[in-house]
Write a protein that binds this ligand. Structure first.
Ligand SMILES: *[C@@H]1O[C@H](CO)[C@@H](O)[C@H](O)[C@H]1NC(C)=O
Ligand SMILES: *[C@@H]1O[C@H](CO)[C@@H](O)[C@H](O)[C@H]1NC(C)=O
Ligand SMILES: *[C@@H]1O[C@H](CO)[C@@H](O)[C@H](O)[C@H]1NC(C)=O
Length: 466
């Protein structure tokens, strides 16, 4: 019996692994006819726009396409988005596709993968065009690592001239856009051309799977390397008319470290030469109809901020007490209120929900660690958050001075946040309107107790005098 069982088990396992192999073997079934990659190095956030025309040259339908990244890039990958395009030119339509990290059993050189799920499987002989956007943070390495006030900032960018892919690529071209025309050096892999702020690698023909050819670009980049090491945004809902937002920032200039002394005289008299990589203004994009805006640091209120509002947004321009040079930090708080009716709604099933923006209001910034705390009104129940990308979630309780049972706080946490994460999220909850009376009731009872205490005191006082 046992002797018979083992071969049968092995056979079953073989069939299972064969099946897994078949459904995964798409790398032989997919051919990339044409791939174009545009790498934008114009800020400190590296954006890659990747267009690929894929063809199913196998016999079975294929429902997922793989994207490959070397492990060092995968560590800095903040965002991936894929769209399927159909139609040409003006009639082009885009269909968003689901992209998920995935693993392959024999990934060469620890390649990391993402799989794009096609809406309709690609049948044998069919082609489709995909547009992918991916974003890297902390991928421009300042070199020299330290610069003085009068020097411009130079950075290294490392990549491969050939696109890393598990598929054969028939023809490919990579364009790299530099912030300025000042390029110290770049690796050549013929054909390579450079004109103005653009470098062109390719076209390269018939590259087999996992082709790789490292390149280094050394170029000038004086854009603000604004990195918020930690951002905590507290969104407090009061059913009495307003939502109060308090944001705690720990900001650092993540570019080349400043060396030598800082001369404010030189900085102010020669602004186009001195401290070109430093920044002294920051733009925070807040919702329209904000009120009670403040901006303060550990010393106190900073009055040098300007608020411009229109019907779409409010732009708050803030100025830290000193300009930020490489390695310098600033800690500050921005607070504001927004009308309840702009962000709090009732869903068809009777629950209430907050519809608010995720991410960081500071323009073109990277947040290493973001925490959003949504403080629900007292008496709220069954909270649930809806975010379109993975975040860590947990609940806390917060007590403020008039609370009876405390408030539920929905805590959302995410690392490596870029402006592409500034999309809406929702927090749903149920609420018993009887709790609307809790605060006034507390106020009245506090007042009443105070009154009783006064009367009692007077009474004792009077009886003693008698
Ligand atoms: C893995 O990396 C080594 C050295 O970096 C390279 O020579 C080799 O071709 C790579 N292997 C594959 C399958 O890409
Ligand atoms: C700071 O500004 C806020 C809002 O304008 C105000 O309520 C607060 O009293 C100010 N604090 C100080 C210390 O000036
Ligand atoms: C949330 O607000 C955005 C606009 O700010 C709107 O497009 C979206 O439909 C809203 N979502 C929900 C679930 O109400």
């Amino acid at each position: 019996m046992g002797v018979l069982l083992i071969p049968r088990l092995t056979l079953t396992l073989t069939i299972i692994s064969l099946f897994i192999f078949l459904s995964r073997s798409s790398s032989q079934e997919i051919l990339i006819n044409n791939a174009e990659r545009r790498i934008d190095l114009s800020t400190h956030i590296v954006k890659v726009f990747f267009t690929l025309k894929v063809e199913n040259i196998g016999t079975n339908a294929v429902s997922e396409i793989l994207l490959a990244f070397p492990p060092t890039q995968a560590d800095h990958l903040a965002f991936v988005e894929a769209l399927a395009t159909t139609g040409k030119r003006k009639k082009k339509t885009y269909v968003p596709l689901v992209v998920k990290p995935t693993e392959l059993p024999d990934a060469p050189n620890e390649t990391k993968y993402f799989s794009i799920s096609l809406v309709n499987p690609l049948n044998s002989g069919d082609t489709t065009t995909l547009e992918v956007l991916y974003v890297f943070t902390h991928s421009l390495e300042p070199f020299p690592m330290e610069i003085s006030q009068s020097e411009s900032q130079l950075v290294y960018y490392r990549d491969s001239a050939l696109i890393l892919s598990p598929y054969h690529i028939k023809q490919q071209t990579t364009f790299i856009k530099t912030p300025t025309t000042k390029v110290e050096s770049f690796t050549r892999l013929d054909p390579t051309n450079r004109a103005g702020t653009e470098m062109k690698y390719g076209p390269y023909e018939d590259q087999p799977p996992y082709s790789y050819s490292p390149i280094i670009v050394h170029c000038e980049n004086n854009n603000p390397f604004a990195v918020v090491e930690e951002l905590v945004r507290e969104v407090e809902i009061s059913h009495w008319g307003s939502i109060q937002i308090t944001e705690h920032y720990k900001l650092v200039h993540a570019g080349a470290r400043h060396k030598g002394i800082f001369s404010r005289v030189e900085y102010q008299s020669r602004p186009s030469f001195s401290g070109v990589s430093s920044f002294k203004h920051l733009l925070a994009r807040l919702p329209p109809r904000v009120h009670s805006v403040y901006y303060r640091d550990e010393i106190g209120n900073i009055s040098s901020s300007h608020l411009r509002t229109d019907s779409q947004k409010s732009d708050l321009e803030i100025e830290p007490r000193y300009p930020l040079f490489g390695g310098w930090k600033a800690t500050f708080i921005i607070g504001y209120g927004v009308p309840l009716q702009d962000f709090l709604f009732e869903s068809p099933d009777g629950r209430r929900y907050l519809n608010f923006t995720f991410g960081c209001p500071l323009a073109e910034s990277v947040v290493d660690k973001l925490t959003i705390k949504v403080v629900l009104p007292e008496g709220s129940k069954d909270p649930s958050a809806v975010v379109t990308f993975p975040v860590e979630q947990h609940l806390e309780t917060k007590y403020s001075y008039l609370d009876v049972v405390g408030r539920t706080v929905v805590v959302l946490e995410k690392k490596n946040v870029v402006p592409m994460h500034n999309t809406v999220f929702q927090v749903y909850y149920t609420f018993n309107p009887i709790f609307m009376l809790a605060e006034p009731l507390m106020l009245t009872s506090v007042f009443f107790l105070f009154f009783v205490a006064c009367v009692a005191y007077l009474h004792i006082d009077l009886s003693i005098r008698k």
